[in-house]
Design a protein around this ligand. Structure first.
Ligand SMILES: Nc1ncnc2c1ncn2[C@@H]1O[C@H](COP(=O)(O)OP(=O)(O)OP(=O)(O)O)[C@@H](O)[C@H]1O
Ligand SMILES: [Mg+2]
Length: 339
């Protein structure tokens, strides 16, 4: 492959369903070797984007290239080296995992059947490969879906919410699998509605809301722009605790709408404030992380009209935040205690 040609390059991509614009002028670039996340709430347009990528539906406008090839130039060959699944993979439930893969390998040709054992091991299903798929857990079926995609020895693996519907152990296993595949050099594009997941496994992310891109950048840029963590705080004397926060740098304390106090601060500033409370004879009865920083940012970007109750600190903007607002690092001005 020519150096520098991206695995995926979408420019001004649009898809409309009647009056609804499901994907609205989306630009997105996935470079070879990276794990890229498309993050967004239900209805954001993630699956529609991926369906266009697989050629299942045609864009109304814009251009999509996979490894430099467009549909207009290459037709179905555009998908050479690309594998994955949309929503959930489907298998014959009355056949074993191995038999399902053998049938798929037969369709694909090209020696895919010699890879069956290897891919079953990669997805941690070697021990259950002889069992009927009908008896597999949902997570095992998702992993078999990844195995089926890997049979083709792809350069790009595309997964639509691979951890959706999995229990915590299934989520952990799926994330570990994606990380393992990426470490082996595979380029991965996945969609998710879970900020934690994208933070854990992706290098770069595009966040979508109602068809539009509201953010794109690296996970480290995203972390740098996230607000301070928000905590729920209960003390033996909330009034005095509020007073002690006034003019204190790096700490924003306000009355929590559901009772007690909301404390927004980075860990070091929060520690220093809690120690100050103790020295002043104010007992801390409870302190818990309420909204993780990246989760706050996700809500700000994807639900700008969300009631302030879910974002307790007074310095959280509630107005619409555009990609332009967020792409420049904001100074972390702190107002001190607010009441
Ligand atoms: N075939 C279709 N016909 C009409 N509307 C559609 C069709 N497919 C998707 N939509 C609409 O397009 C919008 C985006 O849907 P899409 O499935 O791409 O979202 P998503 O981000 O994948 O959401 P989810 O997290 O729920 O999977 C939604 O409003 C959906 O109702
Ligand atoms: Mg979807």
């Amino acid at each position: 492959m020519a150096a520098g040609v991206p695995a995926v390059e979408a420019t001004g991509l649009v898809k409309r369903f009647g009056g609804l614009t499901a994907v609205d002028h989306v630009d997105l670039q996935v470079d070879v070797g990276e794990v890229y996340g498309i993050l967004g709430p239900n209805g954001a347009g993630k699956t529609t984007f991926l369906r266009m990528l697989f050629g299942l539906i045609r864009p109304d406008a814009g251009e999509l290239r996979l490894f430099g090839r467009s549909w207009a130039q290459a037709g179905p060959a555009m998908l050479d080296g690309v594998a994955g699944f949309i929503e959930s993979p489907r298998f014959y439930p009355y056949l074993s995992g191995r038999r399902n893969l053998a049938l798929l390998a037969g369709l694909d040709g090209g020696g895919a059947d010699s890879r069956i054992d290897e891919v079953l091991t990669l997805v941690d299903l070697a021990g259950r490969a002889g069992d009927k798929v009908g008896g597999y857990s949902f997570g095992m079926r998702q992993r078999l879906g990844v195995a089926a995609s890997l049979l083709r020895d792809p350069r790009l693996l595309v997964l639509d919410e691979p951890a959706n519907g999995l229990d915590p152990a299934g989520i952990r296993d799926m994330r570990a699998l994606v990380k393992r595949l990426a470490a082996g050099g595979l380029t991965v594009l996945l969609s998710s509605h879970n900020m934690d997941e994208v933070e854990e496994i992706c290098d770069n992310v595009t966040i979508m809301r109602t068809g539009r891109v509201v953010y794109h950048g690296s996970i480290s840029q995203l972390r740098a722009q996230a607000p301070d963590p928000s905590h729920r705080l209960a003390t033996s004397d909330d009034d005095r605790a509020l007073d002690l926060a006034i003019d204190r740098p790096g700490v924003a304390v306000s009355v929590h709408p559901d009772g007690g106090l909301a404390l927004r601060a980075q860990p070091a500033a929060a520690d220093a404030y809690i120690i100050t409370l103790g020295r002043a004879g104010i007992a801390v009865r409870a302190l818990g992380l309420e909204v993780a920083p990246l989760e706050s940012l996700f809500f700000m970007l994807t639900e700008p009209d969300r009631p302030a109750a879910d974002m307790p600190a007074a310095d959280m903007p509630t107005a619409d935040i555009s990609a332009a607002d967020i792409s420049a690092p904001r100074p972390h001005a702190r107002a001190g205690g607010t009441r």
